[in-house]
Design a binder for this molecule. Structure first.
Ligand SMILES: Nc1ncnc2c1ncn2[C@@H]1O[C@H](COP(=O)(O)OP(=O)(O)OP(=O)(O)O)[C@@H](O)[C@H]1O
Ligand SMILES: [Mg+2]
Length: 403
């Protein structure tokens, strides 16, 4: 059945629509018109996205045409009908805005029915054009890259945001970054974004079921990166389940080549749900004994849970020999190779405070160079870090402090 949404302030028009459709339409709040498709979907109380959207231009013709243009760009499978008095200027503007049909404000019930029937057919045809008939092959999925560490404050958000910006630059619309630190996520700050919609919005309502709607809820960063920021309040984290996370990442991996996930410290339910969908782990530790031992425990736990993918990228942050630990000590303790070392660098902290990642501003800072290498590792197809079998790791009491 065709789903129709109607935005009008006219009770009379609404009554004729009711008669024409037998009441089978979704009335949108009369005024003002939603400013973009995401707002329109947010007004549907979780109902599935409509196939046909009818906008009464009496509400504000320019506004209606702007919304029609955005629907045409972002949701091409929706057919838009404008309610307005026909005129040569309006006809041209409506055509440019991708409007399918124009309905006279005083149209009789039969005329409304025939316009809606035509729009429904157009929507069906559009749906086939946008999503061609599926073949037997499973859909291609993008890489899900989770950035994790047992301890807090070791640079997960720094690495996740830079990696995401670096990957986004490899191809337009290729990358989405998800802030899965649902309580205290600070991706929005690190990217200087003021999101309209956050993680809590995309896992509920129609965005959770329809990837077209989901995409309109993403925040666009100036580098072309799409972002799902953490919720504004820690309490919202309680409304997000592991299933929500799992489903979200699956939907995103069908739409984007790279899905980068920033996580909270440790192995929360949300992180475990993400790990279930993860193709690449970026594992971080600071260069100190508690951090390194924590990473060893995390690796052991993930191995026990069967959640370690072969594609692993181990990053030691705040690398500084003067602390009494060498990279060899770290490798001996965690039983696996360290792939990247990020030295302590004031530029990193400045970048965080400004909200401009190092890979956005460029430069020759040593951390910037290492982050570029990480992007390269992830863009090479099938990057697999050769890892020894976990059983063949050196014993836990291997080399430690001061060697
Ligand atoms: N190599 C580095 N040199 C200097 N400062 C760094 C470096 N890496 C990260 N920082 C700074 O450390 C702080 C913490 O980094 P970040 O927020 O990325 O850590 P996190 O692991 O995401 O923390 P949390 O666990 O709280 O989410 C930030 O101010 C960041 O700029
Ligand atoms: Mg963080």
């Amino acid at each position: 059945m065709t789903r129709i949404a109607l935005a009008t302030a006219s009770a009379d028009l609404e009554a004729r629509f009711r008669a024409a459709t037998g009441g089978a339409f979704l009335p949108l709040p009369p005024a003002p018109l939603p400013s973009n498709p995401a707002h329109l979907f947010a007004q549907l109380d979780g109902a599935p996205a409509p196939d046909v959207v009818v906008l009464d231009a009496e509400l504000a013709v320019d506004h209606a045409l702007d919304l029609a243009t955005l629907l045409d760009e972002q949701c091409p499978q929706i057919a838009v009908v404008l309610v307005a008095e026909h005129g040569p200027d309006l006809g041209l503007a409506a055509m440019r805005a991708g409007v399918r049909d124009i309905l006279h404000p005083q149209a009789e019930i039969a005329e409304i029915q025939s316009v809606l029937d035509r729009a429904a057919l157009a929507a069906q045809a559009l749906a086939h054009t946008v999503a061609p008939a599926s073949s037997d092959a499973p859909p291609a999925t993008g890489r899900v890259i989770s950035v994790l560490s047992p301890k807090g404050g070791v640079g997960k958000t720094t690495v996740a945001t830079n990696l995401a910006v670096g990957l986004a630059r490899t191809a337009p619309n290729s990358t989405v970054l998800v802030d899965l630190d649902a309580q205290f996520g600070d991706v929005a700050t690190a990217l200087d974004l003021a999101p309209e919609f956050t993680l809590a919005d995309v896992v509920h309502g129609s965005a959770a079921r329809d990837s077209m709607v989901l995409k309109t809820f993403l925040t666009l960063h100036e580098t072309g990166l799409h972002v799902i920021c953490g919720p504004p309040s820690p309490a919202a984290a309680d409304t997000i389940t592991s299933e929500d996370v799992s489903q979200l990442l699956q939907m995103l991996s069908l739409e984007f080549r790279y899905v980068v996930v920033d996580t909270a410290p440790g192995l929360s339910e949300h992180t475990l749900a993400a790990l279930d969908r993860t193709t690449d782990h970026v594992l971080l530790t600071s260069m100190d004994v508690p951090g390194v031992r924590g990473l060893r425990k995390e690796l052991d736990t993930l191995a026990e849970l069967g959640m370690l993918t072969p594609a692993r990228h181990v990053v030691v942050n705040f690398a500084d020999k003067r602390g009494g630990l060498s990279v060899a000590d770290v490798e001996a303790t965690i039983g696996t190779k360290v792939d990247l070392r990020l030295p302590v660098s004031p530029a990193t902290r400045v970048a965080t405070n400004k909200g401009v990642p190092l890979l956005q501003s460029g430069g020759r800072d040593p951390v910037t160079k290492q982050l570029r290498r990480l992007v390269e590792r992830l863009t090479i197809p099938e990057t697999v870090t050769a890892q020894p079998d976990p059983d063949s790791r050196p014993p836990r009491h291997g080399r430690r402090r001061g060697r």
